[in-house]
Design a binder for this molecule. Structure first.
Ligand SMILES: Nc1nc2c(c(=O)[nH]1)N[C@H]1C(S)=C(S)[C@@H](COP(=O)(O)O)O[C@H]1N2
Ligand SMILES: [Mo]
Length: 530
């Protein structure tokens, strides 16, 4: 048992160490996890997000750790007579890791070295420890007493098993046992050091230091700070700008892609007159602009939290595409990230003069946080993130819908996904209890690139009452609302809200789930007065 678990640790540590040199995405554990994510059906992904929220990746890693430990125990139990069954199992798992790594889109040619190191370390440790645990003459003994041979047997070659009292063997006092424990301890220590060294080397190569060294991103013309009445945070709404560490995060990356700014290049190609390749400095030299944009996820349930607002700093994406010269017949901009995720955006939307689509380097005055796409990402007002907001973006291909299919398309999501006009109640919180009388309700509404014109609230199915809106900062950002309701009757109550956007559209009451292009329905909550 110990042999199998130490062998597992050795395998993971070796893979981690080698991956630190050939690229973090080569880690077999991460590669299997990432592949699992890519193969996960949408309903399971939705379930994982709903159950674990942003901890869904941690849950996956913990689950994988459990499965590996279970396999190690299985290997130990199956290898009573000899190491062969365990070896076969380790090789099988190792080959799985190897396949996962070499089929990842974001690994270099050397990536296979990491899973191969894992495989070698795992098998070698296993065979060594298994031999130490059951010296050769135990195998002979096993011939006569097969029921007593096993990997946890500690009999030394010099002793006949039937001469050793149970207690003595269990105490591990025999020389064979000691030798085994020393070897196992040594192997575990080497694995630990290798794992730490892997973390150290990987840490030195990651993008944190590159981000820390990034020059300040100053826009040529800065936006004024949002006015004080841009939110009703005192009444329970979010702040108008979401702090970077509170900004919602959604992506398929199990470990945050590490792209140092110096290594980053953005290639613009496909149906263009001139291919472009830009470095981080090339982008900065184009002259930076600032835009406030509310970003939201198509997986946001009615009343959900997957929406945030930031001031983004970068360059206009439409200008960039015009510089490359988009050819007639182009339909889609297929953007790819360093970790191989892809996203398709209608090219005519990006070329709209007033769309405000961006290649962003900064967020709320800082270089993009690593989780939000450092060194560069796309942001397009009015489109859900999965069709517009590629983080760690490295490649822009101008193409047609037929020629390329983006990541989520084959998983049931719509090809085009403009943000749906929506609103949410933040106060009272669901199932709250409060004194009867005057109740303040407050929340948010959004209709990016159209603008919010009105929010109405209704109590217990009564008439719709118009709420007070926050300052109108931009059509591309959310608006907050609040209203005082007279709730005289003690007991259970229900409120609902609905937004009307500047096109005159009022959000429908019809309940639809997030698949295929975003949820609809009125957010409704219940609370109690006494
Ligand atoms: N590289 C990459 N970019 C991505 C994604 C992804 O999985 N990988 N997810 C998209 C989705 S679904 C959303 S909603 C937004 C979320 O951006 P955020 O994490 O900065 O809030 O990023 C988009 N960009
Ligand atoms: Mo999303």
């Amino acid at each position: 048992m110990i042999a199998a678990i130490v062998a597992l640790a050795a395998a993971l540590a070796a893979g981690h160490l080698v991956a630190a040199f050939v690229g973090p995405q080569a880690s077999p554990l991460l590669a299997v996890g990432n592949t699992a994510i890519d193969l996960t059906p949408s309903w399971l992904k939705d379930f994982a997000i709903a159950t674990f929220g942003t901890a869904d990746k941690l849950a996956l890693l913990v689950g994988m750790g459990g499965v590996l430990l279970g396999l190690a125990v299985l290997a130990a139990l199956a290898s009573g007579r000899g190491p062969a069954p365990g070896t076969v199992l380790i090789v099988a798992v190792g080959v799985l890791g190897l396949v996962a790594v070499v089929t990842r889109p974001d690994v270099g040619r050397l990536a296979a070295a990491a899973p191969l190191a894992s495989l070698a370390a795992g098998v070698a440790t296993w065979l060594l420890l298994h031999r130490r645990a059951s010296p050769s003459d135990v195998v002979e003994t096993a011939g006569t007493r097969p029921d007593r041979a096993g990997p946890d047997r500690t009999d030394s070659g010099a002793e006949r098993t039937d001469e050793v009292p149970h207690g003595t063997r269990a105490s591990g006092a025999t020389p064979g046992r000691r030798q085994f424990l020393v070897t196992a301890g040594g192997a575990a220590a080497v694995a630990g050091v290798a794992g730490l060294a892997g973390g150290f080397v990987g840490g030195a190569r990651d993008a944190t230091s590159s981000r820390a060294a990034a020059p300040p991103l100053r826009a040529t013309r800065r936006l004024p700070a949002p006015p004080n009445d841009a939110d009703f945070a005192k009444l329970g709404t979010p702040t108008f700008l979401t702090p970077n560490d509170a900004f919602y995060r959604i992506d398929t990356a199990l470990s945050v892609p590490q792209v140092p700014a110096d290594d980053w290049r953005l290639r613009i190609h496909g149906m263009v007159d001139r291919e472009l390749e830009l470095s981080y400095d090339d982008v900065r030299r184009r002259g930076l602009i600032e835009r406030r944009i509310t970003l939201c996820c198509v997986s946001n349930q009615v009343g959900g939290e997957l929406i945030s607002t930031a001031t983004f700093t970068g360059v206009d994406l439409g200008d960039l595409l015009r510089d490359a010269g988009v050819r007639d017949g182009a339909q889609q901009l297929l953007s790819s990230s360093s970790d191989g995720w892809t996203c398709g955006t209608p090219i005519d939307v990006l070329l709209e003069r007033d769309r405000g689509a961006m290649l962003a380097l900064g967020m709320n005055g800082q270089p993009l946080p690593l989780e939000h796409g450092f060194p560069a990402r796309l942001v397009v007002p009015g489109l859900y993130g999965y069709v517009s907001a590629t983080k760690w973006v490295t490649d822009l291909e101008v193409t047609t819908w037929d020629r390329r299919r983006a990541y989520w398309l084959d998983r049931g999501w719509a090809r085009e996904a403009p943000v749906k006009t929506q609103s949410r109640i933040d106060r009272p919180s669901a199932n709250a209890t409060m004194p009867a009388g005057r109740v303040i309700a407050a929340g948010i509404a959004w209709a990016q690139h159209t603008g919010v014109a009105k929010v109405e609230v209704r109590l217990d199915g009564g008439r719709w009452q118009e709420a007070t809106l926050s300052a109108d900062v931009s059509d591309d950002t959310w608006r907050m609302w609040h209203i005082a309701l007279d709730v005289d009757r003690p007991g259970s109550h229900r409120i609902a809200c609905r937004a009307t956007d500047k096109s005159g559209y009022t959000q429908t009451a019809e309940r639809m789930g997030v698949l295929p292009d975003g949820a609809t329905g009125h957010h409704t909550i219940t609370f109690t007065t006494e």
